[in-house]
Design a protein around this ligand. Structure first.
Ligand SMILES: Cc1ncc(COP(=O)(O)O)c(C=O)c1O
Length: 447
């Protein structure tokens, strides 16, 4: 029998919070001031004290169709009672093949094969391994270097933090992967603050790739990996023409271009993938989160046919790619993924995200002029409001604003000095305005 909110409240009030080491969390502060979520439905979640909160971040950029969508819930319930697990090594089950077809149908032309994993981090490490192995199998095993970008978030595997560019995610972890360079990030308060959508300034920063190529020679470089829009660091939108230039330089030098679309995939920018929004087709796309609406962990890598074909050589009885996870293509994730793609299509949710873009844009840009607001950025159904740091206390002003929003019934994310908003695509216009009004009150409160 499901518990009432009051019973859950009693249970969490007496729970021992100490044994759980929480990820990416201020553990000691949290355990003094817990924020417990106990239920979700549509655009809302409920806390253990019975408060209903607007989910302004779609979980963690995952729940595009909202929480506990009945069709996705039913698909997972049916699957768990039918085939709970199936190994993906030397066996298949029908739903994962169907999901590969469904995901590749949404991808830009040419990216017609999908490898499944369980998270964005695994997707990134998998893509990097595919890049190395691809070059090696073509007789270019000297192409081993990777190029990432400052401020990038590519998950927490050793590959991902090596090409990633967020200092706190890297500084405690030693040398990481050898042979990685970083492009400069594209954010500049001086040149692009308060841009709506893609900033006009910054395409020239792609030319830094030429400098790195000149330093190492292209023959030593395997791939360039970027998030088309940098989400985790606080919605850094690519300058106009920047991704096109990266693509052209990669083509010129035979470098693979990987788009990490863990956040931007499945409609966040109003198109299936960011690749379609920006009209730039990479050689691989990593995805996760929205593929199952966040309901069951899943990630994956989309690859070009000729990359897949390069592996499909050698004796037919031999394994072609020594890589995979116990839970790759898990039946529950496959069922959730298939139901999710159906919901996206039938409820036309990507078009809805696209329609809501201007609503969110107008709402967040109305915060310009409030105390300490130094930048507002947006694209698709994602936006960030950056605040001036409190003297000597980096991140604290944004954290206080985030906590005010929580008190006020709106769940957002704090990233450094920024408040980040990326609601489910089913969110209504009035609810978007409510989220932004909570941000306004919070910003005034922490002035
Ligand atoms: C662009 C990008 N890549 C990778 C990841 C890591 O995904 P996960 O947390 O599922 O490992 C994230 C997570 O937010 C992400 O935004």
């Amino acid at each position: 029998m499901s518990k009432t909110a009051a019973e859950i409240t009693r249970a969490t009030a007496t729970a021992n919070l100490e044994p759980y080491w929480m990820p990416f969390t201020h553990n000691r502060y949290f355990k003094q001031h817990p924020r417990m979520l106990v239920r979700g439905e549509g655009a809302y979640v409920w806390s253990d004290d019975g408060r209903k909160l607007l989910d302004g971040l779609a979980g963690l950029w995952c729940c595009h169709a909202g929480h506990c969508h009945p069709r996705i819930v039913a698909a997972v319930q049916e699957q768990v009672a039918t085939l709970d697990y199936a190994t993906a090594f030397q066996f298949g089950h029908p739903k994962i093949f169907a999901l590969a077809e469904g995901v590749t149908r949404l991808a830009p032309p040419g990216l017609d094969h999908a490898f499944f994993v369980n998270s964005g981090s695994e997707a990134v490490d998998t893509a990097l391994k595919i890049a190395l192995a691809f070059h090696r199998m073509r007789g270019e095993g000297h192409r081993t270097r990777f190029i990432g970008r400052e401020k990038a978030y590519h998950g927490v595997g050793f590959g991902g933090i090596s090409v990633g560019g967020m200092m706190p995610n890297r500084k405690l972890f030693g040398a990481m992967l050898p042979g990685v360079d970083h492009l400069p990030h594209t954010h500049s308060l001086t040149d692009m603050a308060f841009s709506r959508g893609q900033p006009q300034w910054g395409a020239h920063l792609a030319d830094e790739l030429e400098r790195i190529v000149a330093l190492h020679d292209a023959s030593n470089i395997a791939a360039v990996i970027v998030e088309p829009m940098q989400g985790s660091v606080g919605v850094i939108v690519p300058p106009q023409d920047y991704l096109q230039r990266l693509r052209a330089i990669c083509d010129k030098h035979g470098l693979l271009l990987i788009f990490d679309e863990v956040i931007t995939g499945f409609g966040r920018l109003g198109t299936n993938f960011a690749a379609q929004r920006f009209n730039v087709v990479p050689d691989m796309i990593t995805f996760a989160k929205g593929v199952t609406n966040g309901v069951v962990p899943m990630g994956g890598v989309l690859v070009r046919k000729d990359i897949y074909d390069t592996f499909m050589t050698g004796p037919e009885h031999a394994v072609e790619f020594f890589h995979g996870y116990t839970y790759s293509g898990h039946p529950l994730a496959a069922a959730a993924g298939l139901a999710t793609l159906d919901v996206y299509e039938q409820e036309e949710l990507f078009a809805r995200a696209s329609r809501l873009e201007s609503v969110l844009e107008d709402a967040v840009h109305s915060l310009k002029g409030l105390p300490n607001v130094v930048d507002i950025r947006n694209i698709g159904l994602a936006a960030a409001v950056e605040l001036a740091p409190l003297e000597g206390k980096p991140g604290v002003r944004a954290m206080n604003a985030f906590l005010r929003c929580w008190d006020d019934g709106v769940l957002l994310r704090q990233s450094g000095e920024a408040l980040v908003v990326a609601p489910p695509f089913i969110t209504r216009e009035l609810e978007i305005e409510k989220i932004v009004e909570a941000m306004r009150k919070a910003i005034l409160a922490v002035a």
